[in-house]
Design a protein around this ligand. Structure first.
Ligand code: PLP
Length: 465
């Protein structure tokens, strides 16, 4: 029988796995290899059809290394400077180590007893992020498994606090009809949350955007007035900071003011862009975010930690409990230590030490370095946009606010798709496409501070041929 807890194997394999990952990182930084393997699922699946192995591998160390090598080979190479596809982080090695350690230590996190230092770290990290928002001592929150779940949790709190608060016990039908107002370009997790929460996707009203892809304030007011005239309660307005496709920041100051004036819950989906709060040069993009009642902030996007690490922050910390339990006062009466039982605030019961990988990066590198990394990605996106604007035969959708740039070659949608397919097949660059204003745009997201002007020039050249 295989020794399932073989410490010497763990030691040897662990060292060699880290060596391989470090070699991979160096190769990627040197642009040695592909940015993306561009596997075709049906063909690639042929290697994954065998039965579950019943017997141990003849050589355990060799088996670990062979399969790790294969995984390295057949994945998106996020540390390759030519990899500029989706908003997926190129993880900082220190954070990847923290994630590995979190997996091994495997704390439960639902109650303090099962989380211990993991809970303390999460509480401190939440405090740091709430401070970065500019909120006071009353603010609180937790970490959860991704921005989609984070948005759902924040809207669940809003739903449970709305009206008589009977949604939790008696179901949403016990309440007056509720709508959520959100940019028509918002991430689909908002509409999915409405489906999950029993609000109904049809009750998510997509507010028109302006030419800069930002929510149009007059349209927001008009939609809110119309909903109220129909007898619907505006449960929440969701501001995107920023949108996924174009990287546009909704006018949070104005949306926040409207929400205050009318008593609407203001949720900011800062999954992608809240990280600008750590950059003195770019935090103005998120101006108004402190007006929110709740914020979602993904560290596994611009803060370059491995997935997943989503902070859900509440301006009034007690609102967090409303997501899963109606009677916050009952919990607080249980004493100050209740705040350490994180499972009261999350959909998860068992949860990884999600904040550890961000906390360790702050401890090792410092917040200034993370803020500078975010700023660099934004600087680079502007550099790319300037190259596109100057290149004959290319069109820029917008001067980028974030690290996301949408552009296209002169020609129809089919040409954009064909160009992307060709570039991906060649392997030096990974870019994606998105549909906006009725047309397909090529899209890059600069997620790696090592991506430089030469990569942009190479990409444009590859798209020109
Ligand atoms: C604006 C925005 N919100 C939410 C999400 C969903 O986050 P996650 O992928 O962590 O569930 C994304 C993902 O791209 C996003 O861009």
């Amino acid at each position: 029988m295989s020794d399932l807890y073989d410490a010497p194997l763990f030691r040897t394999a662990g060292h060699q796995v880290v060596d391989r990952l470090a070699d991979h990182l160096e190769r990627m930084q040197a642009r040695d290899g592909r940015a993306h393997p561009a596997l075709q699922p049906l063909a690639a699946m042929q290697d994954f059809t065998g039965p579950m192995p019943a017997a141990p591998a003849p050589d355990a160390l060799a088996a670990v290394l062979r399969h790790v090598d294969d995984a390295i080979d057949r994945t998106m190479h996020l540390h390759h400077p030519g990899c500029m596809g989706h908003q997926v982080a190129a993880p900082m090695p220190v954070s990847a180590l923290a994630d590995f350690v979190a997996g091994f230590l495997n704390q439960g996190m639902a109650v303090f007893e099962t989380g211990q230092i993991g809970v303390l770290i999460e509480r401190q990290t939440v405090r740091w992020l709430a401070d970065a928002v500019g909120w006071g001592a009353e603010a609180d929150g937790m970490f959860t498994s991704g921005g989609s779940l984070g948005n759902t949790t924040a809207l669940l709190a809003a739903r449970n606090l709305a009206g008589d608060g009977r949604s939790w016990t008696d179901g949403v039908r016990a309440e007056a009809p509720m709508v959520v107002l959100v940019s028509e370009q918002a991430h689909y997790s908002i509409s999915r949350a409405a489906g999950v929460l029993g609000l109904g996707q049809a009750n998510v009203i997509g507010v028109k955007t302006d030419a800069d892809c930002r929510m149009d304030l007059a349209a927001l007011r008009a939609e809110a007035d119309a909903a109220e005239a129909r007898g619907q309660r505006v449960l929440a307005v969701v501001g995107s900071a920023c949108t996924t496709a174009a990287g546009a920041y909704d006018p949070l100051v104005d949306i926040g003011a409207l929400c205050r004036e009318r008593g609407y819950w203001f949720h900011v989906d800062g999954a992608h862009g809240a990280s600008v709060l750590l950059s003195p040069r770019y935090k103005h993009l998120a101006a108004g975010i402190a007006l929110a009642d709740s914020i979602v902030w993904d560290a596994h996007k611009l803060l370059s930690v491995p997935s997943l690490a989503t902070a859900v922050l509440f301006r009034r910390g007690g609102d967090n409990y409303a997501a899963f339990r109606q009677e916050a006062s009952y919990l607080f009466n249980e004493g100050a230590e209740t705040a350490f039982d994180l499972g009261l605030r999350t959909l998860e019961c068992t949860k990884r030490m999600l904040a550890f990988k961000l906390w360790l990066a702050f401890q090792v590198h410092g917040a200034d370095a993370l803020g500078e990394m975010v700023a660099t990605m934004h600087d680079r996106a502007r550099e790319f946009a300037a190259l596109v604007a100057a290149a004959p035969g290319f069109e820029l959708l917008l001067p980028p606010e974030s690290n996301i740039v949408c552009f296209r070659r002169d020609g129809d949608d089919a040409l954009q798709e064909a160009l992307r397919a060709r570039v991906m097949a060649a392997g030096a660059y990974y870019l994606v496409q998105t549909r906006l204003h009725g047309r397909i745009w090529l899209r890059i997201t600069v997620m790696n501070p090592a991506t430089a002007r030469a990569d942009f020039e190479g990409l444009l050249e590859a798209l020109q041929g």
